[in-house]
Design a protein. Structure first.
Length: 209
């Protein structure tokens, strides 16, 4: 089943866009991202949870563009740091901090700590312009590596070591990462219900201009 409008990814992050396009490649649905549109105000990610932020970003995108939208919020939770950086993952070092600054701050905070357990969490929200939302979650457990390793991916990928594959996320191919990552698992949960999601989208969009 098709819908007559594209699904917009509520992000300009090229790494995320590549992962979502890969994960959606087997479905007959047109995918766009914010990079396909003109300037849109940035959403303030002030939610207390990943779900809050994912829904807020998707809802804003859907209402501004008048199209169904998908957004995710994801982050790294480190046990020894009380769950930080959590929802502040993208701005851990400072507001609008880049990946390098965030990774270096995390390494500094982890100095001398023997417990290096960590968890990546991703929440995906699909929203239609009038606001109804579907939510999917994925989790991946690993440890914080002692140094940056690998050159793939983005964010904390060079520091997140996944023991079953004996690699950091940044050492994995996109296919490998999508099979085990928090985002890949959230997307798998979504893909498993995608026929129903398309029916849901079609019904909701018929109710809207």
């Amino acid at each position: 089943m098709k819908i007559d409008r594209p699904l917009v990814l509520g992000t300009r992050n090229e790494g995320k866009i590549s992962e979502f396009e890969e994960l959606f490649s087997s479905f007959e649905i047109e995918i766009r991202s914010l990079n396909d549109f003109g300037p849109i105000p940035k959403v303030e990610e002030d939610g207390e949870t990943f779900e809050d932020n994912a829904i807020k970003k998707a809802r804003f995108t859907a209402r501004v563009l008048g199209l169904p939208a998908l957004a995710d919020d994801s982050g790294l939770m480190v046990k020894a740091l009380g769950g930080m950086p959590g929802v502040y993952s993208s701005r851990y070092a400072e507001e609008d901090a880049g990946d390098e600054a965030n990774n270096l701050k995390l390494l500094k905070e982890m100095e001398g700590l023997s417990d290096r357990e960590a968890r990546f969490i991703c929440v995906i929200a699909i929203v239609v312009p009038k606001g109804a939302a579907l939510v999917y979650e994925g989790v991946c457990d690993g440890v914080i590596a002692p140094r940056l390793t690998g050159c793939q991916g983005f964010g904390y990928d060079p520091l997140f070591y996944y023991p079953p594959l004996r690699k950091t996320f940044a050492e994995m191919s996109l296919g490998e990462k999508n099979r085990v990552s928090h985002r890949g698992r959230a997307m798998t949960a979504l893909k498993n219900e995608f026929d129903d999601v398309l029916i849901w989208l079609r019904q909701r969009l018929q109710e809207e201009p």
